[in-house]
Structure formats: structure tokens, C-alpha cells
Ligand binder design. Structure first.
Ligand SMILES: [Ca+2]
Ligand SMILES: [Ca+2]
Length: 373
């Protein structure tokens, strides 16, 4: 196999995009999606005690290490799915039961936080560098998983990121279950704290249980992870944080009247996706987001001092939504109509300067978008 690496530094932003691939005879690909600046990665340490659970009594499937790292939307596995006559790839982590080798540092930092579609919540444990976490599908349900996504904790540190791991499946119950290795990776590093890394692998077998076994972390105490998504065949939905800026696909552009974009407001309620938000109250200021897909959704921050925003795709008539609320919250404020056939589109968002009479101001605050391919 011949490793290939390539990196591009985009002008007019701090974004660094890089991709590297390893070619093989495998017909599937694994891929990573990211944007932003690369963290400093400390050297790894030697692996400590392995997970207590049993492992791999079934033969491993063919090697699936044909990796590509790219800036942009996840690459579809199998048939393309979209909002135009088909559902996106199913995220199988719904209605089941998560578990982990170690309890979270805090009650809200247990494994359930990995499956809430929000990078402002995390699974965190402070001592074991090689923990495992598992997801049992609802009783009687088995699904074929062919791709998965990892989102880092926005504020880091990289020393607590997973670096090497294997993903396993099982149809057995109990602590002596036999696990089949579906995919394994080594020496992986998030390129930015807004990164989501996507991997795909060849699999045709449905499993009731999936387990993510971390075999190496970044050298620090314990492991943290914000999200783990397990997907079937097709094109999965994906989120882009408001802090991912640039002139390319799947990036935000803001006119000068917008503020924020940083990743340092973790302490402010409500929890923000990526621990960042972008806000403006000036009606002549625009935020725009270019994407390729069939639907876009906008999540923002509800607050007592927020006003009314206007949304438009490709210059179509605007649709308005009120960001005011008596209590703060993280809310889906806009869902586009299906954009068929899937293609390239530009979303624009602006504060209207109008507000609910109960609101004390006219701010509009964006947290993230979710794109349906
Ligand atoms: Ca989460
Ligand atoms: Ca955000």
C-alpha cells in the first residue's frame, strides 16, 4: 500500500485542510471530514491494560484500511440517499442502551452523552487510557453498520483523545460474548477541535451490539469523546459548527457585524455545539453557508434577549424564525424544504432587527447547521 498525503492552507482563513490516503484492493473507503487548525499532538504512551471483556472469537473480516481524509461532506457508502425520495443513512444509535468499561467522571458524562447528536456533551473518564464503550440496539433489532463517525471534545485536550481503536460487532449477550472485529485504526489524530472523523468499512452482517475498544489514547489520563455515530449504508447527515469558517463548501462566512465564532463559551448556558456560537443584531449583516445536499437545518441559541432572523436558500423568499425564549435553549430554528435534485446551495441568515415584544434585544445566535446530502 502506498500512503499519500497532501495539505492545503486556504487564504483568507485559518483553515487548514489536509487529506491522506492509503490505497488497497478494498472496494470500500474510510474517510475523515474536518476543518480548522490542527492541534499539537503529544507523543503516545505505551498501551496499558486491555479491556476486560473477551474479544474476537470469530474470524476477522477482510482488511478494510483503504482510508481517505478529505475536507468536505462525508463520502457516501453504497447507494446515495437524500431528502429527495429517500432517507439519509440511518444512525443506528437510537432507542438502544449505551454502556462503557468505566463510569463517566460525572453523571452527565456517561456513555449516553456520546449519542445525543451534540458535541457540547461528552463521555469522559479520567484514569483508564484504554476503555471501551458499547451500544446495544433495542431488543430484537439488528443493523448492518458500514460507517462510523467520531467527534472530539471541543476544548480538548488532545492527550485524552482516542488514537487507536477497533470497532466490533456481536449478536451474543453477556460478559462472555464473542465479538467480531469490523474495523481497526491506529495513530489517528483530530485535525481540529471542530473535526468529525468519518470511517467506512466493508460489512454485510447485521449485529445487535457494537463495541468501540480504545487501544491507545493521546498520552494523557483517561479518554474523552463528544460523539460516536454508527451508520448503515447511504449518505449520512452531518453537522458543521458555526466556528468552521472559510469560502469553501461546508464553511461559514460572516459579514463584519457578526461576532463570536470561538470555542471558549463552554461555561455559558445552554451548551453549544462545538462550544461556540456566532451572533449579530444588525439587520444589514449576513451569515452565509455553502453546501451540497438536499436539505439544511439551522440550530441556534434561544435567549430572552434574542430577536427574529430571516433565512433564505439561493435567494428564494425569506422565512423568519424567532430566537426569543424566556429560558435559554439550543433549538432547531430552520429547516429548508427539500432541495431536489441534490446540488450546491447557499444559505443566508440575517437578523431582521425585529423582535418579540417580550424580548429585550434583537440578537440572533447561530450554533451549527445540519446538512442532508
Ligand atoms: Ca455528545
Ligand atoms: Ca457552535
Amino acid at each position: 500500500m502506498t500512503p499519500v498525503s497532501k495539505a492545503v492552507v486556504q487564504p483568507n482563513s485559518n483553515a487548514v485542510h489536509a487529506w491522506r490516503g492509503v490505497r488497497s484492493a478494498c472496494t470500500r473507503v474510510a474517510w475523515l471530514c474536518f476543518a480548522g487548525c490542527g492541534p499539537t499532538i503529544p507523543p503516545p504512551v505505551a498501551e496499558s491494560a486491555p479491556p476486560a471483556a473477551t474479544h474476537a472469537t470469530e474470524p476477522a473480516p477482510p482488511e478494510a484500511t483503504d482510508n481517505e481524509v478529505s475536507a468536505g461532506a462525508p463520502q457516501a457508502v453504497g447507494a446515495r440517499t437524500s431528502a429527495c425520495g429517500g432517507d439519509p443513512a440511518e444512525n443506528v444509535t437510537s432507542g438502544g442502551t449505551p454502556s462503557a468499561s468505566d463510569p463517566g467522571e460525572r453523571a452527565e458524562e456517561g456513555p449516553q452523552a456520546l449519542f445525543d447528536d451534540h458535541t457540547g456533551t461528552k463521555w469522559s473518564e479520567s484514569t483508564n487510557p484504554t476503555p471501551w464503550l458499547a451500544y446495544d440496539l433495542p431488543a430484537g433489532v439488528a443493523r448492518v453498520v458500514e460507517q462510523y463517525a467520531l467527534s472530539p471534545v471541543p476544548e480538548g485536550p488532545p492527550a485524552r483523545d482516542p488514537v487507536s481503536w477497533r470497532l466490533e460487532g456481536s449478536n451474543d449477550d453477556g460478559p462472555t460474548a464473542a465479538w467480531t472485529t469490523l474495523h481497526a485504526e491506529q495513530a489517528q489524530h483530530f485535525v481540529s477541535r471542530q473535526a468529525t472523523m468519518w470511517y467506512a468499512f466493508a460489512n454485510t452482517r447485521p449485529f445487535r451490539r457494537y463495541r468501540f475498544v480504545i487501544t491507545e489514547n493521546g498520552g494523557g489520563p483517561g479518554v474523552q469523546l463528544a460523539e460516536l455515530g454508527l451508520y448503515g449504508e447511504g449518505s449520512p447527515q452531518f453537522s458543521v459548527d458555526d466556528a468552521v469558517r472559510g469560502k469553501g463548501i461546508d464553511q461559514f462566512q460572516y459579514s463584519p457585524g457578526w461576532e463570536g465564532h470561538g470555542t471558549g463559551d463552554a461555561e455559558f448556558r445552554p451548551p453549544k455545539y462545538g462550544h461556540s456560537s456566532s451572533w449579530s443584531k444588525r439587520k444589514d449583516e449576513f451569515a452565509s453557508f455553502t453546501f451540497e445536499g438536499s436539505r439544511i437545518e439551522v440550530f441556534g441559541v434561544r435567549f430572552p434577549g434574542h430577536g427574529i432572523a430571516a433565512f433564505s436558500v439561493d435567494g428564494a423568499p425569506e422565512v423568519t424564525s424567532d430566537f426569543y425564549g424566556e429560558n435559554s435553549g439550543n433549538v432547531l430554528f430552520y429547516t429548508s424544504d427539500p432541495l431536489c435534485p441534490p446540488g450546491r446551495h447557499v444559505l443566508r441568515i440575517r437578523p431582521t432587527g425585529d423582535k418579540n415584544p417580550k424580548s429585550v434585544d434583537t440578537f440572533v445566535s447561530i450554533d451549527r447547521v445540519r446538512v442532508t446530502p
